[in-house]
Design a protein around this ligand. Structure first.
Ligand SMILES: Cc1cc2nc3c(=O)[nH]c(=O)nc-3n(C[C@H](O)[C@H](O)[C@H](O)COP(=O)(O)OP(=O)(O)OC[C@H]3O[C@@H](n4cnc5c(N)ncnc54)[C@H](O)[C@@H]3O)c2cc1C
Length: 571
């Protein structure tokens, strides 16, 4: 019996991180629900035990149903029939299995039929589903929309929409249009108030919408006539049962084939405003996208885990020159680097998720009671950390996911290029992770703030203070040296940039600077993991060695880069 949760000890390890005590205490708010719901936990151990049990069920469904269906779903894909999407048979079966097990709407409060789970086990479930089938993970993961409704919708809307998720309702996030991709300020789909019908009506086209034919959709639309920027946009919730929207077509794409990517036509589709007008992009979509970026982080780690395992198994079985190929240094080096990248990105994934968890729990708590000064400061601190760690996570995990899938296919040789092994599908599926929910370039645009405001450096300094076994201290010294190089390099870039009128010089080197910070941060995270479990020591040593040489390359490139050379790159 394959169980994707119990066959990977690292997951339970991350679930048992010391900060979980605080996260669960905040999330369960003194375990108030225990008097109302017999399945609500009575204390920390009880809550953790229930996380474990639920993740075992998710792991079982992933290993026994979703992963075995992945190949046929990839082959069959969804279809559009009379303007509606029909899933592949396996997708339907996957959705039914998770829905029957009550695994949709996991993070919602119990009063809406959810499990009131914190983000860590929810994101872990997303990692598991993605390892089984990344395309299906999108359909399941769009329950993030429920989280946005929970945060910003009116009580009436929450009572109407949220209980549907636990009964299996699917969701979609309708942002992108033909002329509004990375630049969502350009969204033009029109929302107009109809006095007679006393409702908002949506008119226009959305494209590239995952699971666009869902029961519940969050739609970004222009509500303010005569505007052309983000301040004229509002967020709407659209209920498919009310009609007015059809699926014009679904894209024929490279990977994640089970996930329908739809072009939608809205024609006087009735919808409700979520929250306040004009805050659609600035506030609500930013929050929605941060959640979705965490989801793509989990998806990336899940695909990378699957690809690593495929490469490892193949290398053990395939013999050339009279021995298994895993015994060739060129092959075992690749495998070791793949494993290291999976573990580093997973540590970053759960660190980021914990930051999100603390600040979200405080935010929800602030709706129930007034937070004291210390709590308000903590909320602010964790929100700031979540803001700068989310793009860093999305950038690194998706790029590593692609690299791991690439290397795994390479280990398969010619067989990897054929449809005979899962790696061919995983390689195609990996490719989307650094494109949607903001390309890697756009993650850098967001993450560079963490460099210029000193937010990454401040957190690196916190990590620097961690308790370490003396025999690991040499690794901390390496990281301190890397931090010194990072500071010097940031200083150089910002000084030169300040001499220019535009920000081009900083933008040109931004990715290099963000990556330097990321290597230091992941080095510390693996070191911290080693303190809790010495099985991480090898990964920490290897990653810090790797990060050190990667950072040196970036530093030397920047040091030897003359300002005038920027002109050579311009097209
Ligand atoms: C399979 C799939 C599923 C999707 N699902 C959804 C969904 O469910 N909902 C939804 O709303 N959207 C969805 N999208 C849309 C997706 O989020 C966009 O494709 C993505 O944000 C990029 O936008 P674009 O394709 O218009 O590319 P563009 O914005 O045109 O970008 C093209 C290139 O220019 C670069 N670029 C653009 N601006 C900058 C900048 N300021 N600095 C540096 N580089 C820049 C980009 O990095 C990229 O390399 C999906 C897309 C795909 C392919």
């Amino acid at each position: 019996m394959a169980n994707f949760y119990t066959d990977n000890n690292d997951l339970k390890f991350h679930l048992e991180h010391p900060l979980m005590k605080k996260i669960i205490a905040l999330k369960e708010n003194n375990y108030v629900d225990k008097d109302t719901y017999d399945y609500a936990p009575v204390d920390f151990e009880d809550a953790l035990d229930s996380y474990n049990q639920v993740l075992e069920i998710v792991g079982d469904i992933c290993g026994e149903i979703i992963a075995p269906n992945a190949e046929s779903v990839d082959h069959e894909g969804p279809q559009v029939i009379d303007g509606r999407v029909k899933y592949a048979r396996g997708t339907h079966e996957n959705h039914q299995a998770l829905s029957n097990a009550g695994l949709i709407g996991m993070s919602l409060p119990r009063k809406y039929g959810g499990l009131n789970f914190s983000m860590v086990p929810y994101v872990m479930a997303a990692e598991l589903v993605s390892r089984a089938d990344a395309g299906f993970a999108n359909i399941w993961g769009l329950q993030d929309c429920a989280e946005t409704l929970h945060e910003f919708a009116s009580d009436e809307q929450k009572n109407d929409f949220l209980p549907r998720f636990n009964k299996g309702a699917t969701a979609a996030m309708d942002l992108t249009e033909p002329d509004a991709g990375s630049d969502l300020q350009a969204v033009m789909l029109k929302a107009s108030w109809d006095e007679k019908k006393s409702t908002w009506l949506l008119n226009g086209v959305k494209r590239f919408i995952t699971n666009g034919d869902a029961e519940v959709s969050l739609v970004l639309a222009r509500s303010e006539e005569g505007t052309s920027d983000g301040r004229g946009l509002s967020l709407f919730v659209y209920d498919k049962a009310h009609g007015g929207m059809t699926v014009r077509r679904i894209e024929n794409k490279l990977g994640i084939k089970g996930s329908p990517t739809c072009e939608l036509v809205f024609n006087n589709a009735p919808a409700q405003l979520v929250g306040d007008r004009k805050l659609g992009l600035i506030k609500y979509v930013m929050s929605l996208m941060n959640g979705a970026r965490l989801g793509v982080g989990a998806q990336s780690v899940g695909i990378a885990e699957a690809a690593y395992r495929e490469g490892l198994n193949y290398a053990k079985e395939r013999e050339q020159f009279g021995k298994a190929i895993i015994h060739f240094p060129a092959v075992y080096e690749l495998l070791t680097q793949m494993e290291m990248k999976v573990k580093a990105s997973r540590s970053l994934l759960y660190e980021t998720t914990r930051f999100v968890d603390v600040y979200k729990s405080y935010t929800h708590l602030s709706n129930e009671r007034t937070l004291d000064k210390d709590e308000r400061n903590e909320l602010k601190n964790y929100q700031r950390l979540a803001d700068v760690f989310t793009p860093l996570l999305k950038l690194f995990s998706s790029e590593y996911c692609n690299q791991v899938a690439y290397d795994s296919l390479q280990i398969h040789g010619g067989s990897g290029y054929m449809k005979d092994y899962p790696i061919e599908r995983l390689y195609r599926d990996a490719r989307i992770t650094n494109i949607y929910e903001g390309t890697s370039q756009l993650q850098v645009v967001a993450a560079i703030r963490g460099v210029t405001t000193g937010a990454y450096l401040k957190q690196i300094r916190e990590y620097e203070l961690m308790n370490l076994h003396p025999e690991l201290d040499y690794l901390r010294r390496d990281l301190i040296e890397m931090t010194h190089q990072y500071e010097k390099t940031v200083e150089r870039v910002t000084e030169i940039n300040a001499q220019e009128e535009s920000n081009d010089y900083l933008d040109f080197h931004a990715r290099r600077l963000v990556e330097m910070a990321g290597h230091i941060i992941m080095g510390y995270l693996l070191l911290n993991d080693t303190m809790r479990n010495d099985s991480f020591e090898k990964q920490a040593i290897l990653f810090i060695k790797y990060g050190k040489s990667e950072n040196q390359q970036r530093m030397h490139y920047i040091q030897n880069f003359e300002l005038k050379e920027l002109g050579m790159f311009k097209k």
